[in-house]
Design a protein around this ligand. Sequence first.
Ligand code: FES
Length: 104
Amino acid sequence: MGSRILPPMHYLIRFLPSERSVRVSPGTTLLEAAREAGLPVAQTCTGEGICARCGMQIVEGSEGLAAETVRETTAKARNRVDTRLRLSCLLLADRDFTVTAPYW
Ligand code: FES
């Protein structure tokens, strides 16, 4: 019996309103996915959840999503970020997502 090689798992990340989409490996941040799709993402830290500029709204894919960490909640509060946004530098692709950002 031969072994079967399965294709690597990828997740579809779709961006609104542009309808651009990319397939990314598990563990890719939503910020990285947006850049791969050619979309700009505001950022003044190095993706450490400090500046809170990279917020995105999860349109689809939020079911069962891990709750915000204290770092994320604190960064958002300190920078007066809309509570509906999640910091895309901290969100890892572990499912398909559809997202949007206020500045797209
Ligand atoms: S890039 Fe700074 S908090 Fe996400």
